[in-house]
Design a protein around this ligand. Structure first.
Ligand code: PXP
Length: 247
């Protein structure tokens, strides 16, 4: 399946900052990486300001918001501190994610269905600051209904289970649930994005899902950048998205 919409690529540059924080140096600078990612065709730049500040720092977010010529998408936990920070920075997009200190990466979607009043309130606060919210959720019908109930204009479907599937049958099942979740989101009038664990080998079938508007990809692009530079790594991923959407 293809879509009339071009599929946008949001490039997550967290792991440029991971490399910097490994030695607490001033390099590599994620802001400079963002400039190269945009030169390679990134439609937006994503960063996750984690509570433990293990990679992206507040300074990075502030500089990116000041200097980028594409939208900044700030991923964040639903906490008072992060909501206040988002209010101060006013990025174009905020993606609300679950966060556990001990996790290696964001391991599952936000359980929106279990906390509708709290997420509704966060969405309203961000909306009032002119920020467009998306909720990072598993491709599960109850979560998509709950996202709609909270008033979020957009969702990002967690593709981690698809990326981690152990065999073709499991991968097929995960792909189907992402397709169905996309259709459900579109029926409810939501803007549907996807991401997590996508790489140059597994992105094709996700990119072909009709109606998906944006993929957010980080780790695999930064890893490829070690060999070819970030501009070329982004260009390569953009090309795969374009090929997947060609008739
Ligand atoms: N989308 C969201 C909401 C995420 O939390 C992450 C990881 O920070 C990504 C996309 C990108 O995942 P990956 O680094 O595996 O491409």
């Amino acid at each position: 399946m293809t879509s009339m919409h071009p599929l946008e690529l949001g490039v997550n540059i967290d792991h440029v900052a991971t490399l910097r924080q490994a030695r607490i140096t001033s390099y590599p600078d994620p802001v400079a990486a963002a400039v190269s990612a945009v030169a390679g065709g990134a439609d937006s730049i994503t960063v996750h300001l984690r509570e433990d500040r293990r990679h992206i720092q507040e300074r990075d977010v502030l500089l990116l918001q000041e200097s980028l010529r594409v939208p900044l998408n700030l991923e964040m936990a639903v906490t008072r501190g992060m909501l206040d920070f988002a209010h101060k920075v006013r990025p174009r997009f905020c993606c609300l994610v679950p966060e556990r200190r001990e996790e290696l990466t964001t391991e599952g979607g936000l359980n929106v269905a279990a906390q509708v009043p709290r997420i509704t309130d966060a969405c309203a606060q961000l909306h009032a600051a002119g920020i467009r919210v998306s909720l990072f959720i598993d491709p599960a019908p109850a979560q998509i209904d709950a996202a709609r109930e909270c008033g979020a204009p957009a969702i990002e479907l967690h593709t981690g289970a698809y990326a981690d599937a152990g065999d073709a049958a499991a991968r097929g099942r995960e792909l189907k649930s992402i397709q169905q979740a996309t259709e459900q989101g579109l029926r409810l009038g939501l803007h549907v994005n996807a991401g997590h664990g996508l790489n140059y080998d597994n992105v094709h079938h996700i990119a072909r899902i009709a109606g998906l508007r944006e993929l957010n990809i980080g780790h695999s692009i930064v890893a490829q950048a070690v060999f070819v530079g970030i501009e070329q790594a982004v260009r390569g991923m953009k090309q795969l998205l374009q090929e997947a959407r060609s008739p």
